[in-house]
Design a binder for this molecule. Structure first.
Ligand SMILES: Nc1ncnc2c1ncn2[C@@H]1O[C@H](COP(=O)(O)OP(=O)(O)OP(=O)(O)O)[C@@H](O)[C@H]1O
Length: 362
């Protein structure tokens, strides 16, 4: 197999007319890593992927693959391969010819390209389907063929645009594990576009959260979840309460904010100016019901909703100027002291579970 290449995206922008799809992003994807571009619809992740692949021109900035600036190179000369959401298989060609297609375009002799295609089909466990047409395959099997077809060019980086979105939930999880296995056995760089937080967390070494053409955070999955950089990341990744308020106190390591017509809350992690608006995040699974809260690390709220989820219970409460504050408590804790909608409960958390969120410079 080929060697892996690092990808370096430097001040890359994409304008469609006057619409900015990607706004001067910088990103380094280490060689041999699994990177997921994650974000809501329209945030610019597919455009970014297509600019790496060469299927979209770059308005300004540069993309490097390894030591080569590929900004103006055609797709076939970049050392990348792309797998599309729809798989884009040729319906009239059998599986082998689909997989061997790019070698045919390069003028590779028939025997050699068939041998290479057989090798690739083995890699994705599809060798027994070599003579079938795409219409005779399931969605998961078509996806494997599309993978084999992309990998036959020996790319240094494989680019995948929502590769699992057409599969049913069960197959999605199975194919996810296969993608991870393939990536680590091939050792090449993968860049995978998804709008699923779960998929990105399960697969990536590097999660890149995008919003409105910008990168909000690029970090390991655990960092993105435990230390979301911005309010957008905290909300998008879920499992965090984001509280917005005006900074009323500051010290060397953190701040206190005051929620309009409500409580005062402390958080650590970044310092802001007095009077500024700031966001803080509190992990939903670290909120305790009842117990004494330290001042600034809890409030008394009225329960507005209770959802049983099996191993946990999700409570929503409002109070101290905060609407829809969520707490996820274990089923054991909940049933030891159940609460109902309309009840007033104390909600508390530890200092380390309240984090000051950053903001992006626009
Ligand atoms: N060919 C185009 N012409 C004009 N605008 C475009 C074009 N392609 C994309 N855009 C716009 O650029 C922005 C980013 O699109 P992009 O496809 O990169 O988003 P995405 O994050 O991949 O979304 P999705 O998850 O829906 O595919 C969107 O506002 C989109 O409407």
């Amino acid at each position: 197999m080929s060697k892996a290449a690092a990808i370096d995206i430097a001040s890359v922008s994409k304008l469609y007319g006057t619409t900015a799809a990607v706004r001067s992003i910088n990103l380094k994807v280490p060689a041999g890593s699994y990177c997921c571009l994650l974000g809501p619809s329209g945030c610019g992740k597919s455009t970014t992927l297509r600019m790496i692949a060469g299927h979209e021109s770059i308005t300004s900035g540069d993309v490097r693959l390894g030591n080569t600036v590929v900004t103006d190179l055609p797709p076939a000369r970049r050392g990348t391969a792309m797998m599309f959401q729809s798989y884009a298989l040729f319906p009239h060609l059998d599986v082998t010819d689909n997989v061997a297609f790019s070698l045919k375009m390069k003028g590779v002799a028939k025997d050699e390209r068939r041998a290479r295609a057989a090798e690739m089909l083995k890699l994705v466990h599809m060798e027994t389907f070599a003579t079938r047409k795409p219409a005779q395959l399931s969605g998961g099997q078509q996806q494997r063929v599309a993978l084999a077809r992309a990998l036959i060019t020996d790319p240094e980086a494989l680019l995948l645009d929502e590769p699992l979105s057409a599969l049913d939930p069960f197959l999605k999880i199975r194919m996810r594990a296969e993608l991870k296995r393939l990536q680590s056995s091939l050792g090449i760089t993968f860049v995978h576009v998804t709008h699923s937080q779960e998929e990105a967390m399960a697969l990536a070494d590097l999660v890149v959260v995008m919003n409105d053409g910008r990168i909000e955070q690029a970090a390991e999955p655990r960092t993105v979840f435990e230390r979301p950089a911005t309010a957008f990341v905290a909300r998008f990744m879920g499992d965090h309460n984001v509280i917005a308020g005006r900074v009323v106190e500051r010290n060397a390591t953190g701040i206190s904010i005051e929620v309009e017509s409500g409580g005062r809350f402390r958080a650590e992690g970044a310092v802001r100016e007095i009077g500024e608006t700031a966001d803080i995040a509190v992990r939903t699974d670290h909120v305790r019901i009842a117990g004494d809260a330290e001042p600034g690390l809890g409030f008394t709220g009225t329960v507005t909703n209770v959802e049983y989820r099996g191993s946990s219970v999700k409570l929503t409460a409002s109070g101290a100027g905060i609407e829809d504050f969520t707490a996820i408590v274990s089923d054991t804790d909940f049933f030891a002291r159940p609460v109902a909608v309309g009840e007033t409960v104390p909600l508390a958390w530890q200092a380390e579970d309240a984090l000051v969120l950053g903001r992006l410079d626009s």
